[in-house]
Design a binder for this molecule. Structure first.
Ligand SMILES: Nc1nc2c(c(=O)[nH]1)N[C@H]1C(S)=C(S)[C@@H](COP(=O)(O)OP(=O)(O)OC[C@H]3O[C@@H](n4cnc5c(=O)[nH]c(N)nc54)[C@H](O)[C@@H]3O)O[C@H]1N2
Ligand SMILES: Nc1nc2c(c(=O)[nH]1)N[C@H]1C(S)=C(S)[C@@H](COP(=O)(O)OP(=O)(O)OC[C@H]3O[C@@H](n4cnc5c(=O)[nH]c(N)nc54)[C@H](O)[C@@H]3O)O[C@H]1N2
Ligand code: SF4
Ligand SMILES: [Mo]
Length: 667
C-alpha cells in the first residue's frame, strides 16, 4: 500500500520546511516538499530529502550497546536502563545530581525534544550547558539592543528597496530566503553581499563586498561615521526612540576613516556605497551567524544594529536587522514542558567551554555525561580537548541514530528513532513563524526507541515516573494549549499540518522596545546589569594580524569553517560517500604563494591541532582565507574543530570558531 502523508523537517535549519512523505509497505520511500506549505511551497533541499536514506540506512543503531573491555556488546533495554538509572541514583546519593552533565545541541527542532530538560530537572537538576556555539553572541547582542532578536516576516522583503546580506550564506543555508532574493531582484530591489568568500549568494548580488574576517563591526563604524558626516542619519528616530546616542558618537570619534579602511580592507567607494543604500531605504539587513563566531561577535552585531537604527531602518516595512526570530520559540509554554522549578541543584558550563568545565569541575566532579541531540566530539571547538574531557568521565551515555565519533567513546549507546518514527511539532526560531506537525509514519528498526520513551523509562526507575505519565497529546498541549485564543489547537494543527504563530511581521513597528528603557539602547542597561560596561565599544577579533601580530606571523591564515552544502552539520556525512574526505579550500593568493594546486594534499595546523586534506582553490575569497566545511567525522579524516578555539565570545554567550589562525604545508 502506498500513502502520501504531510510531515515536517526536523533539522536545525533556517527554513523549517513542510514535507510530503511517501510510505509504502511500512517503509518511507521518498521525501518531497509540501506544495501547500505557505512558506516553503513544495521546495526542499537534499538534506531534507535524504532523511529517507537516513531512516532506512543499514548503519542505523538498532540495539542498546555497552562497552565491555573496550568492545561494544549488545544488551537489552532492561539492562541498559537499569544500569544507567542505578548509576544515577548512586551519583545522587554520593555526590550531587550536578555530577551529571547533560551535553546537547539542537539537532532536532521537535518541541518534545525539550523533555530531556524535564527529565534532568525532575532528577534534581544537573550541570547544564548555557550559551550557544551557533548564534549565542548575536542573540545576546540583539537582546541588549532591542530587548529581543526578532525578524521580519519572509514576504516583507518585497518592501525593501535595498537588501544587504551580511555574512549569511543564503544560497546554501536558507534556500527559501534565496528564492525571495531572486524574486525581489526581479522586482527591482538591489542586493549587496558582504562576505570574505564570494559565495553562491554573491553571484546574484548587484554588489559584492569582500571584507577581512572579523572586521564587520569596524566597517559598520565607518558607514555610521560617513552617514553622520553627510548629515544623512535619522535624527528624529535617534531623538525619540533611542538611548545612549552620545556614547555611540564618542565611539565613532575615536576612529578616522583612513584607519577604518586600512583595517577592514574595504575601499572608500565600498563604504560610500554602503552608506548610500542605508540612507536610501527601506533597506533590510539579513545578518548571518558566521560573522558573530568571533571574539568580537556580540560587538559586531551590536554595531550593525546601531547602523540599521541610525539610518532609520528599524520598525519599518522593508527594513530590519534580521538575525534570529526568537519570538517564534517564545510562543510556546516551555516551563510547562520542562518544569524548571523541580531542579533543586544547578551548575552551568558554557557550551563552548564544556571540556574545560568537565576537566576542572570539583565539588562535585563530573561523573556521568548524557549526550542527546549532539555530536560534541565533532561539533564543539577544540576536539582534542573535548576528547580528553569526555574520556576522563566514568560513564558516558550517548543517545543517537548512528555510531558517531562521540558514540564511539561512550559506555552506553542508546538507539533512537528518526522524525518519521515519532510524533512531534516542529518549528525554528530562525526565519518564518509557521509551526509544523509530523505524525508517526513508520515503525523504527530493531529496538530503536524515541527519546521520550527513554526518558520515561529512566524516570520510572528513578522514582519520578508520574512526571512522564502523560500521552503525547497531553505533552504537546502543555506547550500549546494557551494558544487556543489565537486559534491554534492541537486538533487543528493535526488536521491542517501548518499553522501561523502569533508573531509580529514588522518587529518594533510601534517603536516600543522590550529593553528596560523601552528604547533602542546604544548603551545597554541589561549589559550593565550583567557586569559589562554596556556602552557601544569596538573590539578586535582575538586571532588576527591586527590584534595578535606575533601569532599571525606563525599562523598567517584565517581559517573559517562554514556550514556544508549537502550535510546538516555532521548528520549527512555517513550517508554520502563523496563527502567523506577533508577538503581544504584556499584563496588564490595562498595557492600562488605556496605553489599549491587543486588536488594537492596539505595539512593545516596551529597550537591546538592538525588536519590533513585535499586542496581546492576558492574562485574568489579575501586574501589569506582558508575554509574547511564543518561537520566532517573524525573517522572520515577529521573535524575542523581540531583547530578551532573554545573561548566564549565578548558577551559570554557565543563561540569564536572562525576567529582562528592557522598555517598550511604541503604533505
Ligand atoms: N546546508 C546547510 N544549511 C544549514 C546548516 C548546515 O549545516 N548545512 N546549518 C543550519 C544552522 S544550525 C545554522 S546556524 C545556519 C547558519 O547559516 P549561515 O549564517 O548562512 O552560515 P554559516 O556557515 O554559519 O556562515 C555564513 C557566512 O558567514 C561568512 N563569514 C565568515 N566570517 C565572516 C566575517 O567575518 N564577516 C562576514 N561578513 N562574513 C563572514 C562565511 O563566509 C559564510 O558565507 O545554517 C543552517 N542551514
Ligand atoms: N567549526 C565549526 N563548528 C561548528 C559550527 C561551525 O560553523 N563551525 N557550527 C555550529 C552550529 S551553528 C551548530 S547549530 C552546531 C550543531 O551541532 P550538533 O547539533 O551537535 O550537530 P548535528 O550533526 O546536527 O547533530 C548531532 C547529532 O544529533 C543526532 N540527532 C539528530 N536527531 C536526534 C534526535 O531526535 N535525538 C537524538 N538523541 N539525537 C539526534 C544526530 O544523529 C547527530 O549525530 O555545530 C556547531 N559547530
Ligand atoms: S534542511 Fe532546511 S531547507 Fe532542507 S528540507 Fe530541512 S528545513 Fe528545508
Ligand atoms: Mo546553528
Amino acid at each position: 500500500m502506498k500513502q502520501v502523508v504531510k510531515s515536517s523537517c526536523p533539522l536545525n535549519c533556517w527554513d523549517s520546511c513542510g514535507f510530503e512523505v511517501t510510505v509504502e509497505n511500512g517503509k518511507v520511500s521518498s521525501v518531497e516538499g509540501d506544495k501547500d506549505h505557505p512558506i516553503t511551497q513544495g521546495k526542499i533541499c537534499g538534506r531534507g530529502r535524504m532523511l529517507e536514506t537516513k531512516t532506512n540506512s543499514h548503519e542505523r543503531l538498532t540495539v542498546p550497546l555497552k562497552k565491555v573491555n573496550g568492545q561494544f556488546i549488545e544488551i537489552t533495554w532492561e539492562q541498559a536502563l537499569d544500569e544507567i538509572s542505578e548509576k544515577m541514583t548512586e551519583i545522587k546519593q554520593k555526590y550531587d545530581t550536578t555530577a551529571v552533565l547533560h551535553s546537547h545541541d539542537y539537532a532536532n527542532n521537535g518541541l518534545l525534544k525539550n523533555l530531556d530538560k524535564r527529565f534532568f530537572n525532575c532528577y534534581g537538576g544537573v550541570t547544564n550547558l548555557v550559551g550557544s556555539i551557533c548564534w549565542g553572541s548575536g542573540i545576546e547582542a540583539q537582546i541588549w539592543d532591542f530587548g529581543s532578536s526578532d525578524s521580519h516576516g519572509p514576504d516583507d522583503i518585497y518592501n525593501s528597496k535595498h537588501i544587504v546580506i551580511w555574512g549569511r550564506n543564503v544560497a546554501r543555508t536558507n534556500m527559501h530566503l534565496f528564492n525571495h532574493l531572486q524574486q525581489a531582484k526581479k522586482n527591482g530591489s538591489t542586493i549587496t553581499v558582504i562576505d570574505p568568500i564570494f559565495n553562491a549568494t554573491a553571484k546574484i548580488a548587484d554588489q559584492y563586498i569582500s571584507i577581512k574576517p572579523g572586521m564587520d563591526g569596524l566597517a559598520a563604524i565607518g558607514i555610521m561615521k560617513y552617514l553622520i558626516e553627510q548629515n544623512k542619519h535619522d535624527k528624529a528616530f535617534i531623538e525619540d526612540y533611542t538611548e545612549g546616542y552620545s556614547d555611540l558618537v564618542d565611539l565613532l570619534n575615536r576612529f578616522t576613516l583612513e584607519e577604518i579602511l586600512e583595517k577592514t580592507e574595504l575601499s572608500l567607494q565600498d563604504l560610500k556605497y554602503l552608506a548610500s543604500i542605508y540612507h536610501d531605504g527601506p533597506t533590510s539587513t539579513f545578518l548571518g551567524l558566521g560573522m558573530q563566531r568571533y571574539a568580537n561577535g556580540g560587538n559586531t552585531i551590536r554595531l550593525i544594529d546601531a547602523l540599521v537604527a541610525i539610518s532609520g531602518n528599524i520598525g519599518i516595512a522593508g527594513g530590519g536587522a534580521n538575525f534570529g526570530n526568537i519570538q517564534v520559540g517564545k510562543s510556546f509554554d516551555m516551563n510547562a514542558l520542562t518544569l524548571p522549578q523541580k531542579a533543586t541543584s544547578s551548575r552551568q558550563f558554557t557550551m563552548m567551554k564544556q571540556a574545560d568545565g568537565i576537566l576542572e569541575a570539583i565539588n562535585p566532579e563530573v561523573k556521568m555525561i548524557i549526550v542527546t541531540c549532539g555530536n560534541p566530539l565533532v561539533q564543539v571547538p577544540d576536539s582534542n580537548k573535548v576528547k580528553k574531557a569526555f574520556e576522563s568521565v566514568e560513564t558516558l551515555v550517548v543517545i543517537d541514530h548512528f555510531l558517531t565519533d562521540t558514540a564511539e567513546m561512550a559506555d552506553y549507546v542508546l538507539p533512537t528513532t528518526t522524525v518519521f518514527e515519532e510524533e512531534d511539532i516542529y518549528y525554528a526560531s530562525m526565519y518564518h513563524h509557521y509551526v509544523n506537525y509530523g505524525s508517526k509514519l513508520v515503525e523504527p528498526p530493531g529496538e530503536a526507541k524515541s527519546d521520550l520513551w527513554i526518558w520515561t523509562e529512566l524516570a520510572k526507575r528513578l522514582g519520578f515516573g508520574d512526571e512522564f505519565a502523560y500521552s503525547i497529546d497531553e505533552f504537546l498541549n502543555m506547550a500549546i494549549s494557551h494558544l487556543s485564543d489565537d486559534d491554534i489547537t492541537l486538533e487543528k494543527l493535526k488536521k491542517q499540518s501548518r499553522l501561523p504563530l502569533p508573531v509580529r511581521n514588522v518587529p518594533w513597528n510601534t517603536k516600543e522596545f522590550t529593553t528596560p528603557s523601552g528604547k533602542f539602547e546604544f548603551t545597554s542597561t541589561l549589559a550593565k546589569e550583567k557586569g559589562f560596561n554596556g556602552k557601544p565599544e569596538y573590539y578586535l577579533p582575538k586571532e588576527s594580524s591586527i590584534s595578535n601580530p606575533d601569532l599571525a606571523e606563525k599562523y598567517p591564515y584565517q581559517l573559517l569553517s562554514i556550514h556544508p552544502l549537502r550535510s546538516n552539520h555532521s548528520q549527512h556525512y555517513p550517508l554520502i560517500a563523496a563527502l567523506q574526505t577533508v577538503k581544504i579550500e584556499i584563496s588564490k593568493d595562498i595557492a600562488n604563494e605556496l605553489e599549491l594546486i587543486e588536488g594537492d594534499r596539505a595539512t593545516i595546523f596551529n597550537d591546538r591541532g592538525r588536519l590533513s586534506g585535499k586542496i581546492k582553490i576558492l574562485k574568489k575569497a579575501h586574501p589569506k582565507t582558508i575554509n574547511v566545511d564543518e561537520g566532517q567525522w573524525h573517522k572520515f579524516g577529521g573535524s575542523v574543530n581540531l583547530l578551532t578555539p573554545d573561548d566564549n565570545s565578548d558577551n559570554g554567550q557565543g563561540s569564536i570558531l572562525y576567529d582562528c589562525l592557522v598555517n598550511i604545508e604541503k604533505s
